[in-house]
Write a protein that binds this ligand. Structure first.
Ligand SMILES: Cc1cc2nc3c(=O)[nH]c(=O)nc-3n(C[C@H](O)[C@H](O)[C@H](O)COP(=O)(O)OP(=O)(O)OC[C@H]3O[C@@H](n4cnc5c(N)ncnc54)[C@H](O)[C@@H]3O)c2cc1C
Length: 465
């Protein structure tokens, strides 16, 4: 970036909130996707007005801008692939309002999701979306990716709770979308358009979310299965008559890598587990638990059905489940982690396909994830210093995506497209849909300055501005 551009940025945010030193830039050069691109500068705005001024400058200069929350995204969305400026939203981290009477909260984008959930719980309120990264990811990143989590099976995902947004557009204009009422159908639903737009259409500066009462009671169960097939085949059956609030699945490898964190020792022969919870008021939970018990008893070949004996034991189970993704690196130094989704009844076909892929390409591939949504995390482990292994892994990934589409599934349930999946978009979207989407991007961002190179494959060259 030219000295003059940096000088103008400093005049917007002051000397202390602009970073250009290489050691500082390095901290903003990577995310959960495991790739690295060094930005030319990082700015730490504290208000919508500052972001608006930055975007006006970026659009007129022009230079690329990448919004960034906690950098936990799995598809390279927060990476400065074209250089330019990263806007770190970490300083805009205030919970602005909790309206208990109307069950609405208004937050800045840098609020950590887990912090919001804990603050609300203390007031008997519940914001259900619970990505496994909730202890560090931000609300802005969640809205931009339309994050989901284990509770999506009953409560839905981020988009089901976002009522309205404040957004700074690429030209610096500021818009308010949506409502803070229970209903509202005025105009096009721009809130939905921005939710899941992966930082390509605007920078989210305020988020209004809908809340519900905190469920009073909860029971947590573990189902130990003799085979992956047995575990995944149970899912559709359980959901045909019950409404658990989570229904997670882990294969044997996933269990092994977090074994040190598990509050129990899996019985010999355990090839997969289902982690299942029911919540609601106490009576409702008892009725659901009894009904589930009856259903599972009809499957007399299960290894064991265990109930967590205390909230601490349940928390330990969840801690182990949330550790699977980072623990994978004990297997190999790198991974390709995909979050494909198939109709629930087709999970067994998908999982058995991944076993075939592992054998065919001589790779370690393991699966876990939100079985209740058909959202399975397929982890292809590799060592990037071995070019042949990388080539085999990439082939396996492409085959996986084609199979997911054949099974009437979708390429991403929650991690988005970002950089890493942009080339595969045409596998799922027809040409006309792609043209419409690219037209929307062009309307909002004619100079392609906001998060270029994400979602769609585009040429974005590093420029000296
Ligand atoms: C261990 C681990 C577990 C995970 N588990 C889950 C899971 O269960 N469910 C799930 O959905 N995801 C999960 N993720 C992925 C990730 O945490 C989510 O995508 C999360 O929503 C990203 O939030 P972030 O603040 O880190 O955003 P970042 O990674 O910083 O950014 C993500 C995208 O959002 C854009 N963005 C960020 N803030 C804004 C803003 N204010 N305005 C506009 N665009 C913005 C960025 O440009 C980028 O494109 C996991 C990641 C890890 C590392």
């Amino acid at each position: 970036m030219k000295h003059e551009t940096l000088h103008k940025l400093k005049s917007i945010v002051g000397n202390n909130r602009l970073a250009t030193a290489r050691e500082e830039l390095l901290c903003y050069s990577y995310d959960g996707a495991g790739r690295e691109y060094l930005p030319e500068a990082v700015v730490f705005p504290e208000s919508t007005e500052e972001i608006s001024a930055i975007m006006k400058l970026a659009n007129s200069t022009p230079f690329p801008v990448v919004p960034r929350g906690a950098g936990s995204g799995m598809t390279g969305g927060a990476l400065a692939v074209a250089g330019g400026l990263v806007i770190a939203l970490s300083r805009m981290n205030r919970i602005l309002e909790i309206d208990e009477l109307n069950q609405v909260a208004v937050v800045e984008p840098g609020v950590i999701t887990g912090t919001l959930r804990e603050t609300l719980q203390a007031r008997g309120l519940y914001y259900p979306p619970d990505p496994a990264s909730l202890k560090f990811c931000t609300m802005g990143g969640n809205v931009a990716e339309c994050a989901g989590g284990p509770s999506a099976v009953k409560y839905g995902v981020t988009r089901d709770y976002v009522l309205g947004l404040e957004v700074v557009l690429p030209d610096g204009g500021i818009i308010q979308t949506g409502v803070r009422t229970a209903k509202g159908v005025v105009g096009y639903d721009l809130t939905r358009l921005f939710t899941g737009s992966e930082g390509t259409l605007g920078i989210i500066t305020k988020i209004t979310v809908r809340l519900i009462p905190y469920p009073a009671s909860r029971k947590t169960f573990l189902i130990l299965c003799r085979s992956i097939f047995q575990a995944t085949s149970l899912v559709a059956g359980i959901l045909s008559k019950h409404r658990p609030c989570t229904l997670e699945y882990m294969d044997r490898t996933a269990l092994e890598i977090v074994s040190g964190k598990l509050p129990f020792t899996p019985a010999p022969g355990t090839e997969a587990i289902l982690l299942l919870e029911v919540d609601g008021d106490a009576l409702e939970v008892d009725i659901q638990a009894a009904s589930l018990g009856k259903f599972l008893a009809t499957n007399n070949d299960l290894l064991a059905i265990m109930e967590a004996e205390s909230p601490e034991e349940a928390a330990a189970l969840w801690s182990a489940r949330r550790s699977v993704s980072p623990a994978a690196f004990s297997l190999k130094p790198h991974k390709i982690s995909e979050d494909v989704v198939v109709p629930r009844s087709r999970i067994p076909e998908l999982v058995s396909f991944t076993e075939g892929l592992a054998a065919e390409h001589d790779l370690t591939i393991f699966t876990f994830g939100h079985a209740g949504d058909g959202n399975i995390h397929v982890n292809i482990m590799l060592d990037k210093s071995l070019p042949r292994e990388v080539a085999r892994a990439e082939k396996a990934r492409a085959s996986l995506f084609r199979q997911v589409i054949r099974l009437s599934g979708t390429l991403s349930g929650e991690h988005g497209i970002g950089l890493t999946k942009a080339e595969f978009l045409p596998l799922e979207l027809d040409k006309t849909s792609l043209t419409v989407m690219q037209g929307i991007k062009k309307f909002f961002d004619p100079n392609n300055i906001l998060n270029p190179g994400k979602m769609f494959v585009t040429q974005c060259h590093k420029k000296n501005n």
